[in-house]
Design a protein around this ligand. Structure first.
Ligand SMILES: Cc1cc2nc3c(=O)[nH]c(=O)nc-3n(C[C@H](O)[C@H](O)[C@H](O)COP(=O)(O)O)c2cc1C
Length: 355
């Protein structure tokens, strides 16, 4: 059997294969609500045969949205449509996960296809929050520093979001601590200049993330997988780096996190990233080996052969793919054919299955 189509179990949750539809923002919600776009988009990928299907980053609070159109989970009313989507996806044999997120100083922008620029308070935007009053780029106004009450609210919001994710029926929660969003802003010395217990040395910078994990675990069932996505490096001098990622991963493992989803970058603009085929896989490999925790590899992995090689070399346990799943929702069927696997297709599609 191929490595890619070997089932993978975390606690009591079994993924039928190692292919994960990586979280992908759709910026298509109103007031945080999922709608028919999400049902069709996620539903198609659920039919497509992946082992694990993530929603896009789901905002834990309105101020934590990247754009006014982000998916959200800050009120109970959001649960209804999410539940419907999860139920459909589950009926197709895929495990569904959601990614809890807060954008921090990268919040309040327009949708990418409308320029992705900062949205002024008068144009539907809002005040943003960060560890320190340092904007993402020169064009942005200063974010507001999170005070002790603000920090408590962030932790409470992640906790309440985890409870709603459970009620919606998700089987995996991933905490988004990557791509320059709020929790990453706390991790990195390039965005965190605090003088209190949440800034300064490594243990202080990681404190908020660990407290968020603890709070989420109070609501997220012990028997269900908990992932954390990190940017393993800022790709910048003096920034967060792979060694710190390993140390963080060890501590996250102690706190009960099951898998580290290894991405990179996003903290500061104009950084030169050596983007190439599978370029982030070495981080998944290093963290897996040195922190002895399961990892997910992501980033420019687009073929069955590449995915198979990563798994065979034990560089990662799961393969996250994003853009390839937008081009080809049924990628797993094609991958299976290529690797000589006989995957069962939805009966409705069986007449199209190659012999
Ligand atoms: C349209 C789009 C939206 C994305 N939204 C998210 C997101 O919500 N959360 C996240 O962690 N990463 C997000 N990403 C990053 C992907 O999950 C993935 O890490 C990245 O695209 C690299 O993988 P790929 O080369 O397979 O596309 C997004 C990427 C794309 C293309």
């Amino acid at each position: 059997m191929s490595a890619l189509f070997t089932p993978y179990k975390i606690k009591e949750t079994e993924f039928k294969n190692r292919l994960v539809v990586s979280p992908m923002c759709m910026y298509s919600s109103e007031d945080g609500f999922a709608n028919n776009w999400h049902m069709v988009h996620l539903g198609s990928r659920a039919v497509g045969g992946a082992g694990l299907l993530f929603t896009e980053a789901i905002a834990v609070s309105p101020e934590g949205r990247i754009t006014p159109c982000d998916l959200g989970i800050w009120k109970d009313e959001h649960i209804v449509k999410l539940k419907e989507i999860v139920e459909f996806a589950t009926s197709q044999g895929v495990i569904m996960g959601t990614q809890l997120a807060h954008a921090g100083r990268k919040a309040s922008t327009s949708q990418p296809w409308k320029g992705g620029k900062l949205l002024d308070v008068n144009a539907g935007g809002w005040e943003t929050f960060a560890p320190s009053p340092v904007p993402f780029n020169d064009e942005n106004p200063l974010p507001k520093t999170l005070d002790p009450a603000g920090l408590k609210k962030v932790i409470k919001d992640f906790k309440a979001a985890a409870a709603r994710a459970r009620k919606a029926g998700f089987k995996v929660v991933e905490i988004h601590a990557a791509h320059g969003y709020l929790l990453h802003q706390f991790l990195s010395p390039l965005s965190n200049f605090r003088k209190d217990g949440y800034g300064g040395d490594f243990n202080n910078r990681i404190r908020l993330l660990l407290e968020v994990v603890e709070a989420v675990k109070e609501e997220w069932p012990e028997n269900l997988p908990l992932f954390v996505r990190i940017s393993a490096t800022d790709w910048a001098k003096g920034g967060w780096n792979a060694e710190e990622s390993v140390e963080l991963a060890k501590l996250l493992k102690e706190k009960g996190v099951d898998l580290i989803d290894c991405s990179s970058g996003g903290l500061i603009p104009k950084v030169k990233i050596p983007v190439s085929k599978a370029y982030q896989v070495p981080f998944a490999e290093k963290i897996k080996a040195e922190a002895a925790i399961a990892t997910g590899a992501v980033g420019l992995i687009t073929t069955a052969e590449e995915a198979e090689e990563i798994l065979n070399k034990k560089q990662a346990d799961l393969i996250f793919m994003a853009r390839e799943f937008l081009r080809e929702p049924y990628f797993p069927f094609k991958a299976a054919q290529l690797l000589g696997e006989d995957l069962s297709w939805p009966p409705q599609y069986e007449r199209a299955k190659p012999n």
